[in-house]
Design a protein around this ligand. Sequence first.
Ligand code: NDP
Ligand code: 2IT
Length: 451
Amino acid sequence: MDQMTKKYVDGFMADLMGRNPGEKEFHQAVREVLESVAPYIMEHPYLLDQKILERIVEPERIIIFRVPWADDEGEIHVNRGYRVQCSSAIGPYKGGIRFHPSVNLSIMKFLAFEQTFKNSLTTLPMGAAKGGSDFNPKGKSDNEVMRFCQSFMTELHRHIGADTDVPAGDIGVGGREIGYMFGQYKRLRDEFTGVLTGKGLAWGGSPLRPEATGYGTCYFASAMLSTRGDSFSGKTVAISGSGNVAQFAAQKALQLGAKVVTMSDSNGYIYDPDGIDEEKLEYIMQLKNIFRGRIREYAEKYPSATYYPEERPWSVKCDIALPCATQNELDGNQARTLVANGCICVAEGANMPCTPEAIEVFQQAKLLYSPGKASNAGGVATSGLEMTQNSMRLKWTREEVDGHLKRIMTDIHEACVKYGTEKDGYVNYVKGANIAGFIKVAEAMMSQGLV
Ligand code: NDP
Ligand code: 2IT
């Protein structure tokens, strides 16, 4: 980076941090994009004059609201709800809803910001938003979750719509929560529309939406491996998380001939040197999705496995690592351990799971490393396909959707290679994804004037 570009980056960040104090995840996400796109912006001064990036980092709208609800004993609780509508440059706002006690404005803003570039990469016409609440669904009854979702939607409904803003799932929000929120939206608006994605198959959902993020992550990792004449076949894979993304990343890795040896939750991880096969994965899916249990129970059922409480799986020897749990779950030291253990590929299933230091370690070691906005884009892309099917009032087959998903992941990979290949031939997927995602949004903003 030359002196002038560096000065621009430093000035931009100082201003951003002054205007948005304390929002560390948001600062982190913006800095990563800024460092990639600043040289491109300097080469295209009209982007500088039009303050395109200054506009993108200021969400178009932020809605913060009270979510009151009563538990099964009648005790009243008050949570905080959010919807950060970041960009409508290329389509209606689109992005997930997260229910987790850690949810705050910084996390919502970082996720909505990342979504802008991710959705642009999908090749589909989707703007970007993120929402959620600091509500903790763990240990709540179905009825409590339903009452919470209804209260949340009672406020959110006036800000969303099939052509305005289309939420979906994320951490703590899966098929059950989407169902409760959809039911309440329909009741309040008297409208059966594609206002949410991730719906049930019988009421407007797309085949393969539940699988799409995890499958897409593996399709993207396959494309990265193929640049080195390699594949998943015979590889050992470490996965973090045991939720939606992790489960289907594991399933696809198995189908592609790999051995999956770890999965985790927020309390610890299990290591199964014999491999988590289809049958054991089915047990995990039931444990997590139906019984809402803990990953520790896997080691009680399968003696080949060991449970490591309060630890993350990155010290296990593996060829491929797929972080699929949450932001900043893989730091610089853990990255150095992965590299020392011979890991060749890290594809993010989660949003921003690797710290900036970890990314630097991977890139210096010339590992195949992809940021979530590229490798986990299959989820929102399939949400886009769900919107298409809803508009047509048609349902595609699983095979049709899978074909689209594979093509989209390959196209995203190509865009990253186009904009991210360095002089020595190394593909910097961070740079590639950020520039490719940025250009489309910037051009759309230029065409639409100062709005
Ligand atoms: P789920 O709620 O289904 O699963 C989340 C998993 O991550 C659980 O195993 C959970 O453990 C673990 N986890 C959550 N928070 C933490 C934490 N603070 N520390 C350690 N582990 C944690 O969510 P998803 O699988 O849907 O989401 C996982 C990641 O993928 C997120 O970063 C999300 O933003 C991203 N993503 C999701 C998409 C989707 O379509 N669902 C699309 C693109 C990205 P526990 O059970 O203990 O909470
Ligand atoms: O982070 C993400 O891309 C998601 N949680 C999915 C969003 C969506 O609209 O499907």
